[in-house]
Design a protein around this ligand. Structure first.
Ligand SMILES: Nc1nc2c(c(=O)[nH]1)N[C@H]1C(S)=C(S)[C@@H](COP(=O)(O)OP(=O)(O)OC[C@H]3O[C@@H](n4cnc5c(N)ncnc54)[C@H](O)[C@@H]3O)O[C@H]1N2
Ligand code: MOO
Ligand SMILES: [Mg+2]
Length: 657
């Protein structure tokens, strides 16, 4: 017999949650399902009319290890003030099923006109079908009866083939409590239900950064071959030398290997026969050096056995040549004070076999030293933190590719955010994916672009860990990012407004992600939660917030926070996550914003005379720092942090931000 489908019943009722015995609906619904013969006995819970509790239950059954095909909710769908089941369910639905709603209402209308007072919701969250039913046992049974024949087929279609396997491991929860979260506009709602002020609390930059850090997953570890693509990676596991450097006793100079007498012994001066020649690339065994002879040797070549020092060629003179005149026969050593060990690198004296060469948390820099020591010790592969892959998506109907040869018409503008953000991210050493432009209409274009890049289809040939979008995060009716993340992707917005200038509507969210395809190594390494930074469309705002909020998160994902070095013990080290901070002297007055912390674009240079850092604005006149002016970042190399206040920040003051 085929495996039975898994149903779950959630009773939403203040009364029943206090006195479960008073509930009659569970039995009524269970009997309808049992009569169909296709359903396993249902999981059952009872919660009061409380949005977070309802949502938690749905998440447990739709997202977690305790996964179910069908989630039936009964109660809380009427017009009473406390009836909020539809409001709890709607934001969790990924795809609505209005046909089921029609079917249920039509059936109820045959029985009573009060069916018009029901507000049912039905739809699919990920692979689970969710439906709300009336609270009364009779109403619930009528509604379920109306659609029950269709449900097995609907559930199987929603679940797809491998749904159970995919859900077996559950999902790591990184979401904030639903009760703490506001709700974005429902794009389908008319003008009278549109927010006229943002429902998202205004966070300080510090609080917003804290939420970014809290919700950025821990870095994942991968093994990577030692080559130049390691630059910018952070080491995940201490590395020990598997080979000594040098592996043999090597000469430091070009000259002659000699047997130097012990300190205080006889002079090294004299004329000696040249017994052999040793080049750096010798492969075979060397003849031991006989006392009274010397051997010509090049820098880096192994010393013959018995030799213990090398005299530089500059401290010698040719005494005689071989009869054919082709080689040296005897050489005179002019120096008389060569000590044993002089000009010799002992085996392992550069790097001892088994010694620690790099530590967890060390960054592999472009300077070349880390790659050098790995290569020198024959290290073939190391454990590093996987660099996050970042997709960049522009949004807006008005956008035109920056290199489109046609002239702009009407309200068109060039997409400058994507090229500028992509180049900034690449310069930080992160792999990027250009996700193109998502139009505002139809709204599904944005949803599809985001879903595709999370899954790694379409423009993103592999799934991305972080999506950066620009535009569409403020108060306009076509500002669709927040509703799409919350309502269509089931994501959690951790903040949607920050008290800063520019960048006020900066939005940060996480979306749960389950790697498809089961147990392959690569899918196990997929991060379980994906990050979405939805930056404001204004070009200066987008770049400033990229530097301020995205960079620290990428640094954490890339493992830069994993250093074993204590900053307290080494105060001269710069803070490792995000932009470094230095105190600067202002070369002129900087206007202050009365409410918001401003990130003023500036050029900072070190003075040759007093060694201090001086900041000059890229523009302070009326429109100087307007957030639409990407040119304010054109020569800038710093953001001067100006706390909100009255008047101006005074010229000549040292600002410690
Ligand atoms: N009623 C309110 N209006 C606005 C508020 C507010 O609080 N209440 N905030 C303002 C602030 S501050 C900002 S910043 C912007 C943010 O706008 P959005 O993120 O919604 O972005 P859009 O509306 O899509 O576009 C704004 C602006 O940026 C241009 N843009 C968009 N994408 C690009 C791109 N890829 N390359 C170049 N330029 C781009 C777009 O054409 C608009 O001119 O909202 C204020 N409004
Ligand atoms: O906060 Mo918006 O980025 O000023 O223009
Ligand atoms: Mg807008």
């Amino acid at each position: 017999m085929a495996t039975k489908l898994k149903p779950a019943i959630l009773i939403v009722s203040d009364t029943a949650s206090q006195n479960p015995a008073s509930d009659k609906t569970i039995d009524a619904l269970t009997s309808i399902l049992a009569a169909e013969g296709k359903w396993a006995p249902p999981a059952v819970r009872i919660v009061p009319d409380n949005v977070p509790q309802i949502q938690q239950c749905i998440r447990d059954w739709a997202d977690g290890a305790d996964w179910h095909n069908l989630i039936l909710l009964s109660g809380g769908t009427g017009f009473a003030v406390k009836d909020n089941t539809p409001e709890a369910v709607s934001p969790l639905i990924h795809r609505f099923a209005p046909g089921l709603v029609h079917g249920m209402i039509a059936a109820s209308l045959n029985v009573t006109p009060f069916a018009m007072m029901a507000r049912p919701v039905a739809g699919v969250r990920d692979k689970s079908l969710i439906m709300t039913l009336p609270g009364s046992p009779k109403g619930a049974m009528e509604n379920l009866d109306a659609v029950v024949k269709l449900l097995p087929h609907a559930c199987l279609q929603a679940a797809g083939a491998n749904s159970r396997g995919m859900h077996a491991g559950g999902v790591k929860k990184l979401e904030t409590d639903a009760a703490d979260r506001p709700q974005s506009n429902d794009p389908g709602a008319g003008p009278n239900r549109r927010h006229r002020s943002s429902p998202y609390p205004m966070l300080s930059v510090e609080e917003a950064l804290h939420r970014v850090s809290e919700n950025t997953p821990e870095p994942t570890v991968v093994e990577a071959p030692v080559n130049s693509s390691l630059v910018g990676s952070v080491i995940a596991e201490d590395v020990y030398a598997t080979e000594a450097v040098p592996a043999y006793r090597a000469s430091i100079v070009d000259g002659y290997a000699i047997i130097a007498p012990a300190s205080g012994g006889t002079t090294t001066k004299g004329v000696f026969p040249v017994a052999s020649i040793t080049h750096a690339n010798v492969s075979g065994n060397l003849e031991p050096l006989k006392p009274g002879t010397i051997a010509r040797i090049t820098t880096g070549a192994p010393l013959p056995p018995n030799a213990n020092a090398v005299v530089m060629v500059e401290d010698t003179a040719l005494a005689s040549s071989t009869p054919d005149g082709q080689e040296e026969a005897t050489v005179e050593i002019l120096a008389d004070d060569i000590e044993p060990g002089e000009n010799v690198r002992e085996p392992g004296s550069d790097v001892a076999l088994g010694s620690k060469i790099l530590s967890r948390g060390d960054a592999i820099s472009s300077v070349g030293g880390e790659i050098g020591v790995l290569a020198a010790t024959g290290t073939k592969a190391i454990k590093v933190f996987q660099k996050p892959r970042i997709g960049v998506l522009s949004t807006g109907d008005e956008l035109v590719e920056h290199d489109d040869p046609r002239s702009l018409t009407g309200g068109q503008i060039r997409d400058s955010n994507r090229p500028s953000l992509l180049s900034c991210l690449s310069s930080w050493g992160f792999p990027t994916v250009d996700l193109g432009i998502a139009r505002d209409t139809p709204a599904s274009e944005l949803e599809h672009a985001l879903r595709d890049s999370l899954r790694g289809v379409g423009r993103a040939s592999a799934s991305v860990d972080v999506i950066i979008t620009t535009g569409g995060v403020s108060m306009g009716e076509l500002d669709l990012l927040k509703p799409t993340i919350e309502r269509s992707l089931g994501g959690t917005i951790h903040f949607g407004r920050v008290s800063m200038k520019p960048g006020k509507p900066t939005t940060f969210a996480t979306v749960p992600f389950k790697a498809a395809g089961g147990s392959s190594a690569s899918s196990q390494q997929e991060r379980q939660s994906k990050l979405i930074f939805s930056l404001p469309g204004n070009p200066a705002s987008a770049l400033v917030t990229l530097n301020l909020f995205v960079l620290p998160s990428l640094h954490k994902l890339a493992g830069l926070g994993e250093s074993s070095q204590s900053l307290a013990a080494k105060p001269w080290l710069p803070p490792q996550l995000g932009l470094p901070r230095v105190a600067v002297v202002l070369t002129h007055h900087f206007p202050l914003d009365p409410k918001r912390t401003e990130y003023h674009r500036a050029v900072v240079t070190a003075s040759r005379s007093d060694g201090r850092m001086y900041a000059t604005s890229t523009g302070v006149d009326g429109v100087g720092q307007r957030s639409s002016k990407v040119g304010t970042l054109a020569k800038a190399n710093a953001l001067v942090v100006l706390r909100a206040g009255r008047g101006v920040a005074i010229r000549g003051r040292l600002s410690r931000h």
